[in-house]
Design a protein around this ligand. Structure first.
Ligand code: ZN
Ligand code: ZN
Length: 365
């Protein structure tokens, strides 16, 4: 791991050189973990040139930071005044053009650092995507963790099918899934399971409620495990009892859109194009307007990370990226269907990492 962190830090440094930046302040917790191994909740990393890096954290993490970053060459700085300390590090070693991860830093904190840098020649410049782009392409060890997280998600879905019954609430079903994941080997859940039923399936990210499952309901289950920091993401929609015609039709359209989307995942493919392929299938069924989110997202240390598969995406797929393909159709006052799998992009055909039942006709339970 430590050797890997060193390599990753070197990759960041060569990106900084390309961008003519002299240092980078990393605020994203997942990126700090990726580059140093440190898992604490408070830590800011400064990547300098010439092999230098500093992890600024507080007294709570003194021991943990030292242990987790052993062998990475990262210096640990313990302080309660991180703004001043960061400014001092930059003054000593930062050069003149310092990048900062603007997506993960508050305006208030940035202003504090700027205040400390007053009178110097150091300029802070907003940076988006340097570490995220590196994180998007996984190595074998990362893939092993993601595969394990995917396996656990599959097992949790199987468990959900076993316990799901009429009269139980969405919250109860969500808890069954969460408890299963936590006791069967996940470090944690990747996100609180999304369990919605009946008309509530029209809410793409509805929270589990006290609504009781009834005969004839659509039930959408969106769940994921976290293993060694890496996430999985899986969604299935089933029906309790016999599906009606409209439920069947919508399900079939979403299923077909998902299959076509997965088939289109290949190296050098545009993220936007995958989304277009999916939308075209739904359009054929007259359902395009009811697909109200993007087709998918990268998954790794964060449940949503680069690349993105949507109309606004500029990302290009590369081998060893892991993405979801998750079309959905949401009909207000009726219900909705979403189907989501986790897929590995390769040099050839994509490899679906989640293996839960995904039949062309809606699964009736
Ligand atoms: Zn999901
Ligand atoms: Zn997802």
């Amino acid at each position: 791991m430590q050797a890997t962190c060193r390599q990753r830090l070197e990759r960041v440094r060569s990106r900084l050189k390309e961008e003519k930046l002299t240092a980078l302040i990393v605020f994203s917790r997942a990126s700090v973990r990726y580059l140093t191994g440190f898992t604490g909740s408070a830590g800011i990393l400064i990547v300098g040139r010439d092999g230098c890096a500093w992890l600024v954290t507080d007294g709570r993490y003194k021991l943990q930071a030292k242990e987790q970053t052993k062998g990475t060459g990262v210096k640990i700085v313990i302080t309660r005044m991180s703004d001043r300390v960061i400014a001092n590090i930059l003054k000593r070693a930062g050069g003149h053009r310092v990048g900062f991860e603007s997506r993960y830093c508050t305006v208030a904190f940035l202003e504090k650092i700027k205040g400390e840098l007053k009178g110097t020649k150091i300029r802070l410049e907003s940076v988006v995507g340097i570490v995220e782009d590196l994180r998007a392409v996984k190595d074998e060890r990362e893939l092993a963790h993601i595969r394990q997280a995917a396996q656990l998600a599959d097992a949790a879905f199987e468990q959900a099918l076993k316990v799901l019954k009429v009269g139980m609430t969405e919250r109860e079903l969500a808890w069954e899934i969460e408890a299963f994941l936590r006791t069967q080997g996940a470090d944690s859940i990747a996100f609180p399971p999304i369990i919605v039923s009946g008309e509530r399936t029209a809410l793409p990210h509805g929270q589990p409620s006290d609504r009781k499952l009834q005969k004839g309901d659509l039930v959408t289950m969106d769940l994921g495990a976290m293993v060694k920091g890496y996430c999985s993401d899986l969604t299935r929609t089933v029906v309790i009892g016999r599906p009606n015609g409209e439920q069947q039709r919508i399900y079939r359209a979403v299923w077909e859109a998902q299959q076509k989307g997965i088939e289109s995942l290949m190296s050098n493919q545009k993220g936007k194009k995958v989304d277009t392929v999916v939308r075209e299938v739904l359009d054929k069924y007259g359902l395009k307007k009811l697909f109200i989110h993007g087709t998918g997202h990268g998954v790794g240390l964060e449940i949503h990370e680069a690349p993105s598969l949507g109309q606004r995406s500029k990302d290009i797929l590369k081998p060893n990226m892991v993405v979801t393909v998750e079309p959905g159709v949401y009909v207000p006052n009726f219900g909705g269907v979403r189907i989501e799998d986790l897929v590995l992009v390769t040099d050839g055909k994509p490899e679906v990492l989640t293996h839960s039942l995904n039949p062309p006709k809606i699964l009736s339970v």
